[in-house]
Design a protein around this ligand. Structure first.
Ligand SMILES: *Cc1c(COP(=O)(O)O)cnc(C)c1O
Length: 224
């Protein structure tokens, strides 16, 4: 079993290899370490190996880790479903929120972002697999929502986020990302948050700028 430091090194080289193969700018893909369900010690361990960006899905769990890791210069990303009664904590405690899928949530985040902090970085979550149960807006709703969110003063609209249905085949993995990239590129956005442990290469091939990696870095999650 490889250590966390070894897996991190391996992931960094997988990312830079994919950047090279798909003619992406070296260093243009950020590794976001998805630490949900994992203890603060695992985050601290990755941090000591140079990792700075961490993603969390559950607010209470994230707040606890932020408190435990207060001495670390971590950039915190929220990537989980958002309930409107949680926006204040998100606006106060995070640097990025990837999972915004309504104007109502975006407005609350903007209103609740403390004035002493820089604008909150936002991605709009798009449902690119046409699964009715998944969260995220339809691709057709992206341009009008972008226009509205871009006007909110305490937010910085950065880009799009997607979680497609899992696919094994490489070409099938690429297709939804290609569609999303083409639609989003017209909107002047700079961030494409897609690609997870099972499809990071396909995501980088199609323009990802943030890959969100949990399992391949920290191992399987235990929800028991
Ligand atoms: C859990 C999660 C990930 C990480 O998935 P892995 O397959 O473990 O790499 C990425 N993005 C989101 C939104 C997640 O909830």
């Amino acid at each position: 079993m490889a250590t966390l430091a070894q897996r991190l090194k391996q992931l960094r080289s997988q990312i830079s290899d994919a950047e090279l193969v798909y003619q992406r700018q070296p260093g243009s893909v950020l590794l976001l370490a998805v630490s949900k369900t994992k203890p603060s010690e695992a985050i601290a361990c990755a941090y000591r190996s140079g990792q700075r960006h961490f993603g969390e899905n559950y607010l209470q769990e994230a707040l606890k880790k932020q408190q435990e890791l207060g001495a670390y210069a971590i950039t915190w990303h929220f990537i989980g479903p958002i309930q409107s009664n949680k926006t204040k904590a998100l606006a106060t405690r995070f640097d990025w929120v990837h999972s915004v899928d309504s104007l109502k949530i975006a407005r609350r985040l903007s209103e609740q972002r403390p004035t002493h902090l820089p604008p909150l970085n936002i991605c709009l979550q798009v449902n690119i697999s046409d699964e009715p149960s998944k969260s995220g807006i339809a691709l057709a709703e992206l341009p009008p929502l972008c226009e509205q969110v871009a006007k909110l003063p305490k937010l910085k609209l950065r880009g799009v986020m997607a979680i497609p249905a899992p696919q094994q085949d490489f070409e099938q993995q690429r297709q939804p990302y290609k569609n999303l990239y083409q639609a989003a590129a017209k909107l002047g956005l700079d961030t494409y948050s897609f690609g997870m442990s099972g499809d990071l290469k396909a995501a980088i091939a199609e323009g990802s700028t943030i890959v969100r990696i949990g399992t391949a870095l920290f191992g399987e999650r235990d929800y028991s």
